[in-house]
Design a protein around this ligand. Sequence first.
Ligand SMILES: [Zn+2]
Ligand SMILES: [Zn+2]
Length: 145
Amino acid sequence: MNPVENKQFERELGERLATSGFRFTSQRRQVYDVLLQKLDHPTTEDVFIRAKRKMPDISHATVYNCLDALVQCGLVRKVQLERGATRFCPNMEEHAHYYCDECGEVFDVSLPAERPSVPQPRGFKVDHYEIAVHGLCADCAGKKK
Ligand SMILES: [Zn+2]
Ligand SMILES: [Zn+2]
C-alpha cells in the first residue's frame, strides 16, 4: 500500500468505525489488517498472535475489543462453528462456509447475488444467510481414497 492508499484506507476505516460510535485507533487498524491479510477465518487467539508480530504491546483484551468494534460496524462477521471457537471473516458478501472436518480448513464460496434458492417457510423475510457445509476438502478427500 502506498502512502496515498494508506491514508485513504485509514480514512474509510475511520468513517466506518464512526458509524457505530467507535474511534479510529492504530490497534483497530492492525487487527483489521491481520484479518484482510489471510482469509482463513482465524480465531481470536490466532488474530492475537498475528497482531502481536507487528504490535508486540497489544493485549489480548485489546484484540478482543478491536474485533468487537469491527463486527459492530459491519466490517467483519463472526463465524461460529459448532464445538469450535468463534472465528472471524472480513468477507461481507453473502457466502457459504465449507468446512473440512479433516484438516479444519474453511472455504468461502460466494452465493449468487440474486439470493440462493434455499427452500424457505412461506412468508419468511430473509435478513442474511449463514450456510455451513461440512465434508472433506479436495486434498483430504484425495488422501482418503
Ligand atoms: Zn467467510
Ligand atoms: Zn481438508
